[in-house]
Design a protein. Structure first.
Length: 255
C-alpha cells in the first residue's frame, strides 16, 4: 500500500547542497543501471503519434535524466529539443547543463507548476522520478491538465515497491560514500556533510526510503488515469524490465 510521508527534497527550504546531492545520486544510479534505455523508444512513438516535435520536462530537478534522454534521442536520429522546468528550479545548474548541449536542452525561464501548465506550451510532457511526490488529487490534476490541453504525457518512475528495490534503498548510505566524489557540481560542503558529518547519506537514505513508500504501482497509476476521462484521449500503464530492475510508466496521448 502506498504511504505518503515527508521528503526533504519536497521542501522549499531544503538547502541546495542537500537537494543537489539527492538528485545527483539518482542521476548516477540511473545512468549506471541504464534505466532510460526502454524509455526512449516510447518517447519516439509518442512524438510520432502526437505530431509534437519537442519535449517539456516537468519537475526536472538537476536535469540529468532529461539530459540523458535528449542525448539518446539524438543518437537514435530522432532529436527533440527538451525544455527543462521545475517549480523550484536550480537555474544556475540547468543553464549550465543547457549550455553544454545547445540544441538538445533549453531552460524554461520561470518556475512552472506541473499541475497548471499553460495549454499553449507545446511539446510532449515528461516527468521522470517525480510523480510520486504528488498526492492523488494533485497527480490527477497533472494528468487532467495534459489531457484537456491535448498534449501527450509520459510519467516514468525508476523506483518500484519491490523487495529488490528496497534492498537497493537500504544500502544507499554506503553507496553515497562511494559516489560522492562524482557528484556534479562537486562542492566542498557536500563532501564535508558526507564524510565528516554524515548528513547527506542519511538524507539521501530517508528520501529514498520515503520515495519507495510513496511511488505509485502500475495498478494505482491505471486507477488515477481512469478517473481522468477526456474524449479522444487514451492512457496506457505498465512496466519495462532493465535487467533485474523494473521501470514503471503511465503514457497518455490524444487518439
Amino acid at each position: 500500500m502506498r504511504l505518503s510521508l515527508f521528503e526533504f527534497e519536497d521542501q522549499p527550504w531544503c538547502p541546495p547542497v542537500l537537494r543537489n546531492a539527492i538528485t545527483g545520486y539518482l542521476r548516477i544510479v540511473v545512468a549506471m543501471t541504464r534505466q532510460v534505455r526502454p524509455v526512449v523508444p516510447a518517447l519516439v512513438e509518442l512524438l510520432r503519434r502526437s505530431g509534437e516535435t519537442s519535449i517539456l520536462d516537468l519537475c526536472s530537478g538537476s536535469g540529468s535524466i532529461a539530459c540523458e534522454v535528449g542525448q539518446s534521442l539524438a543518437l537514435r536520429g530522432a532529436p527533440a529539443p527538451i525544455t527543462l522546468s521545475d517549480l523550484f528550479p536550480d537555474e544556475a545548474r540547468l543553464e549550465r547543463l543547457a549550455s553544454e548541449l545547445p540544441g538538445v536542452l533549453r531552460v524554461h525561464p520561470a518556475p512552472l507548476d506541473a499541475t497548471r501548465v499553460p495549454p499553449a506550451m507545446p511539446g510532449l510532457r515528461t516527468m521522470f522520478n517525480a510523480f510520486h511526490h504528488f498526492d492523488p488529487p494533485a497527480a490527477r490534476e497533472i494528468l487532467r491538465d495534459a489531457a484537456t490541453a491535448g498534449r501527450p504525457i509520459a510519467i516514468v518512475e525508476f523506483v518500484e515497491r519491490t523487495p529488490l528495490t528496497l534492498l537497493g534503498v537500504l544500502v544507499t548510505p554506503l553507496l553515497m560514500l562511494v559516489v560522492a566524489p562524482w557528484l556534479r557540481p562537486l562542492r566542498w560542503q557536500a563532501l564535508l556533510l558526507t564524510y565528516v558529518i554524515p548528513i547527506v547519506p542519511l538524507v539521501v537514505f530517508w528520501d529514498g526510503l520515503v520515495s519507495w513508500l510513496r511511488v505509485y504501482s502500475v495498478r494505482e497509476l491505471g486507477a488515477l488515469a481512469s478517473e481522468v476521462v477526456v474524449p479522444g484521449y487514451s492512457w496506457s500503464a505498465g512496466r519495462w524490465r532493465v535487467g533485474p530492475v523494473r521501470v514503471t510508466y503511465l503514457l497518455g496521448y490524444p487518439a
